[in-house]
Design a protein around this ligand. Structure first.
Ligand code: ATP
Ligand code: MG
Length: 276
């Protein structure tokens, strides 16, 4: 793609046309993106498939692995014959060239660990790296896209500092509509349309129940893909739905359990007989 031109769609990935457009319009205007949304709705995957489709190198930082502020820049390592030397991180290497930097799960590291990237993400686009003894300038064609995990089931996440949050434009990714889920499932797995439709309907239903706070967790598209994989390898619909959807929910509480609500919701879609 020519730099600055928008992709009209991202092959293999569902995203609303307008959302895709706004993300790209922002990024090519120098704004950074923060993707939020329920688990399993494509936040982590989006940046990678978009960059591949655009023909842009990308690098994904796993923020949960940033344990101290200096981890962004690199680490000290002992090398035989050389003593202790500083090995710059891929992150530092990548911000000096065109590409997409995905800061995945940005709220999985504590706020003090964000300090080193504040200058990188503001208008200055530069940072002094003491270990390298020089200023590192962010390339004008380096784009930043962060993801944040939200949802009631997440532990180990932290509140984002306002100053950091202000450096991003937040975009919410939504679970695809039923027809798009059917399409995605059938593109990845050789399953028939009726099975794909039922899995998609269950996925939407459980997502709605989560939004209505009737369920404590949601996994977005993950159980749907898992069920399609089991079906494609010859398992029955009952096995696929039981292992991929039902077993993810607690059976504590017996007939009042979350698992019971999930089973009832699934039966509402596929009929009573399939799960018994
Ligand atoms: N919109 C989508 N289009 C295509 N595939 C999708 C989409 N959303 C999710 N998926 C698929 O679902 C799986 C989970 O997606 P991903 O890991 O990006 O979720 P996430 O939003 O980052 O979740 P979490 O909050 O748990 O980190 C991946 O296999 C991905 O391919
Ligand atoms: Mg993710």
């Amino acid at each position: 793609m020519n730099w600055g031109e928008n992709l009209l769609d991202v092959p293999g990935f569902y995203i609303e046309e307008q959302t895709l457009r706004v993300i790209q319009d922002y990024m090519f205007s120098g704004f950074h993106i923060l993707l939020s949304g329920n688990p399993g709705c494509g936040k982590t995957e989006f940046g990678q498939v978009w960059a591949k489709a655009y023909g842009l190198p990308y690098h994904k930082v796993n923020s949960g692995a940033i344990r101290s502020p200096r981890d962004w820049f690199g680490r000290w390592e002992f090398r035989e014959g050389k003593g202790t030397i500083f090995v710059p991180s891929k992150f530092i290497e990548m911000i000096e060239q065109p590409g997409l930097i995905i800061i995945d799960e940005i709220n999985r590291t504590t706020p003090d660990n964000h300090n080193p990237i504040m200058n990188i993400l503001d208008g200055n686009r530069e940072v002094y790296v003491e270990e390298l003894n020089r200023m590192v300038h962010v390339h004008e064609k380096t784009l930043f896209l962060a993801t944040r995990n939200i949802g009631r089931q997440h532990t180990g996440t932290f509140h984002l500092d306002h100053a950091l949050e202000d450096r991003f434009q937040e975009i919410r990714l939504l679970l695809p509509p039923e027809s798009a889920i059917i399409d995605l499932l059938q593109k990845r797995y050789p399953i028939n349309t009726e099975d794909a439709r039922q899995i998609a309907a269950i996925t939407r239903k459980l997502n709605d129940m989560y939004e209505e706070e009737l369920l404590s967790k949601t996994m977005g598209l993950r159980p749907a893909l898992a069920a399609a994989a089991l079906l494609a390898r010859g398992n029955t619909l009952k096995t696929a739905l039981t292992y991929s959807f039902v077993n993810r929910y607690s059976h504590e509480g017996g007939t009042d359990s979350e698992q019971t609500s999930v089973i009832q919701a699934i039966q509402g879609v596929v009929g009573y007989r399939v799960l018994t």
